[in-house]
Structures are given as structure tokens and as C-alpha cells.
Design a protein around this ligand. Structure first.
Ligand code: FES
Length: 152
């Protein structure tokens, strides 16, 4: 497959570096937009690691993703001021609405859910950002409206 071919090219270039795993993962994600399961297999074989070891590193670093990013990004502020103003129920609502956890995407591929740590809107918390656009005083209802509007 093209993903395996691209991964093999990257491995040929980087596998002799000391500590090649992270540079290889960065390059694969840069080129493919994510690190798909078939690439994990190829990387593990080339670097003499188990698939579980490679998978462990991918899940340890929030930067790496196993699925392509969704069309839109919802970032929910998890820092202190927002936590104090209902940020936790809001985060729970975001998870439930999208049906996925943080660092993952909704099954329909519409939204990736990410945490963010302070958007500078503490005085109007809780805050979220959708596709780079900040929104303040976000209630669960307001979040649903914002998400629906994003898909219009
Ligand atoms: Fe959420 Fe500052 S803590 S915007």
C-alpha cells in the first residue's frame, strides 16, 4: 500500500540513526497525517521492536495519532480557571457529544477532540476553541449549537 511504501522509504533514510523510533514516527505522521496500523507493523519489523512497543510510544505522546485528523478540531480548555467554572462537566459533555475521548476523533470524522491549557479567556470561562476560533462562557447547550453550526 502507499502507506507502507512511504513508511519503508522513511525507514530506509532514518533507521540507522541512534534512537530512530521517534524521528521515524514524526516523519511518518508528517507524511501520512497519522501513523496507521500498517505503518506500525512495518516500523516494528524494521527496528526489531514489538508492535506493542511501537504502539506504546505512539499512545504515550499526545502529538501522535493513529487515525487521520478530523475535518474540524474542538479544543476544550482544561486549565484551572475553566475547571472552576464548569470545565469538567463541559469536557464530559464534549466527550459524550462526539463519542470519543481526548486525542481522538468522532466516528464520523467531523471532529478531533483535544485539550488545551488556557486560551486567555479565564475571565469568561469555560472556554473552547473550534478550528482556531475561541468561544467563551460555553455551556453544554452552547457547545452543541457551536458544533452544529460548524458543520452547516
Ligand atoms: Fe481556560 Fe484560561 S483557564 S481560558
Amino acid at each position: 500500500t502507499p502507506a507502507i511504501a512511504a513508511t519503508a522509504r522513511i525507514l530506509a533514510r532514518l533507521k540507522d540513526l541512534p534512537g530512530p523510533l521517534l524521528p521515524v514516527l514524526h516523519e511518518v505522521q508528517h507524511e501520512l497525517g497519522c501513523i496507521p496500523a500498517e505503518a506500525v507493523q512495518t516500523i516494528a519489523e524494521a527496528l526489531n521492536l514489538s508492535r506493542a512497543e511501537v504502539h506504546g510510544v505512539i499512545t504515550f505522546y499526545p502529538h501522535f495519532r493513529s487515525q487521520p485528523a478530523a475535518r474540524h478540531t474542538l479544543e476544550v480548555c482544561r486549565a484551572e480557571a475553566c475547571q472552576a467554572m464548569g470545565g469538567e462537566p463541559l469536557a464530559a459533555h464534549a466527550r459524550a457529544s462526539l463519542g470519543c475521548d481526548f486525542h481522538a476523533s468522532s466516528a464520523d470524522g467531523n471532529f478531533t477532540l483535544e485539550p488545551v491549557y488556557c486560551l486567555g479567556l479565564c475571565a469568561q470561562s469555560p472556554a473552547v476553541m473550534i478550528d482556531g476560533q475561541p468561544h467563551a462562557r460555553v455551556t453544554p447547550d452552547k457547545l452543541d449549537r457551536l458544533l452544529a453550526r460548524t458543520l452547516d
